[in-house]
Design a binder for this molecule. Structure first.
Ligand code: DGL
Length: 263
């Protein structure tokens, strides 16, 4: 099985892409809804959660782990790889970085994400190593996650807040914008509208699905371990009626959430 986790339900945007590209494999998902958001927590805490989430998915039979959360990807990947050396990990930061590197022409890249993602400095390090000529302009956009979870996808308030977050980045003249949070694909249209046509958006969910596909094709023995087909199994650490509604919004289909207690 392909194991996927996120702090909550935003990672289902990644699941949707994996299902599009790899419908033949079963997915087990864990959304840590009881402890979300991660984007306002310290790196230390997010690392601990990421390790617990991975353990849970491995117990459920996952053979690949996809960290479908920008915040957890930003702060916990080296620790996860050290703790689980035999497990292939896929995350959202590297594909976003690679795509932005390819897309930018004027070498001015923007980033919006949670505070923990922006403050981790991971993108600054990656761009500085790859091409010191590239300037990264980052703006934490903490209000967007609750607005999206509230289902305010088309409200004028959401449009206004998106606009406000993008103004400083546009003033810097960015030509590429990384959507550094797995919730943001749900308001991609508004972000594109407010950013303007000249700014290219980077959404890593498609890239991740391609990377997993490539990995499975290159490792046919490994593919034998994966359990083909079946509906995705979605576990969460807390359930409210609103979560069911949001989950459907993210995945684009009706699903059954199952509650699990990790502690
Ligand atoms: N899923 C998180 C991310 O991609 C956003 C929500 C949160 O703060 O937990 O960063």
């Amino acid at each position: 099985m392909i194991g996927v986790f996120d702090s909550g339900l935003g990672g289902l945007t990644v699941v949707k892409e994996i299902l599009n590209k790899l419908p033949q494999y079963k997915i087990v998902y864990f959304g840590d809804t009881a402890r979300a958001p991660y984007g306002t927590k310290s790196a230390e805490t997010v690392k601990r959660y990421a390790i617990e989430n991975t353990k849970f998915l491995l117990e459920k039979g996952a053979k690949i782990i996809v960290v479908a959360c920008h915040t957890a990807s930003s702060v916990s990947i080296p620790y996860l790889k050290e703790k689980f050396p035999d497990i292939p990990f896929f995350e959202v930061v590297t594909p976003s970085f690679k795509k932005a590197l390819k897309l930018t022409k004027n070498k001015k890249v923007g980033l919006i994400g949670t505070r923990t993602t922006v403050e981790s400095g991971i993108y600054n390090r990656l761009f500085a190593e790859a091409n010191p000529g590239i300037k990264l302009y980052a703006n934490p956009a903490p209000l967007l996650v609750p607005l999206i979870e509230e289902g305010w996808l088309k409200k004028p308030e959401t449009r206004r807040i998106v606009k406000k977050y993008l103004i400083p980045l546009k003033m810097r003249g960015i030509d590429t914008l990384i959507l550094g949070c797995t919730h943001y694909p749900l308001i991609k249209k508004i972000i594109q509208e407010k950013a303007g046509k000249r700014i290219k958006l980077v959404d890593p969910s498609e890239e991740i699905a391609f990377e997993i596909k490539e990995y499975i094709e290159k490792n046919p023995d490994f593919a034998k371990n994966l359990q083909p087909d079946g509906e995705p199994e979605i576990f969460v650490s807390d359930i409210t009626p609103n979560f069911e509604k949001i989950a459907q919004l993210f995945l684009g289909r009706k699903i059954n959430l199952k509650k699990v207690n990790l502690e």
